[in-house]
Write a protein that binds this ligand. Sequence first.
Ligand SMILES: Cc1cc2nc3c(=O)[nH]c(=O)nc-3n(C[C@H](O)[C@H](O)[C@H](O)COP(=O)(O)O)c2cc1C
Length: 148
Amino acid sequence: MKLKILVGTMTNTAEYAAQAIEMDCADLVDHIEVLLMDGLDISVFDEDALYLICCSTYGAGDVPDNARALCDSLDTAPRFLGHVRYGVIALGDRTHAQTFCFGGKKFDERLHSLGAKRIGEVFCHDASDGSMAETEAAAWCRTWLASV
Ligand SMILES: Cc1cc2nc3c(=O)[nH]c(=O)nc-3n(C[C@H](O)[C@H](O)[C@H](O)COP(=O)(O)O)c2cc1C
């Protein structure tokens, strides 16, 4: 099984988390590919792989700039994604109480509405609690992969 991690980030925290997963979880899947979301559209889900959305939150609960085109394409070029199984790591900060982790949650809503099947709960990382996103995400992902 291949794990494809799609990274939406503004200041690289989500990318570091994905890289930590790539190193820590290599023994649990055949191959891990980390892809920044820049320039991607809905066709990225054409491959037969397990998907992990790893995405932060900006503005008033928006996805980061590099994730906008992919997120929009789920609306503007929708297609049935019933073959897709995915997980979500949503990065945010609880001081933004009204929009906590909305970036990752936005992807979850859109993928769900297109028929994709989420495995497990959305994992939310809170930048305000002092924990390291890389450490938390890699530990969560090991458990998540075991449940797939
Ligand atoms: C200008 C700005 C706006 C933000 N807006 C939100 C928000 O609305 N909701 C939220 O949960 N986190 C918000 N955050 C927190 C980031 O999502 C969080 O720090 C995250 O870990 C950053 O990850 P990244 O470096 O991969 O972009 C905001 C951060 C900044 C700097």
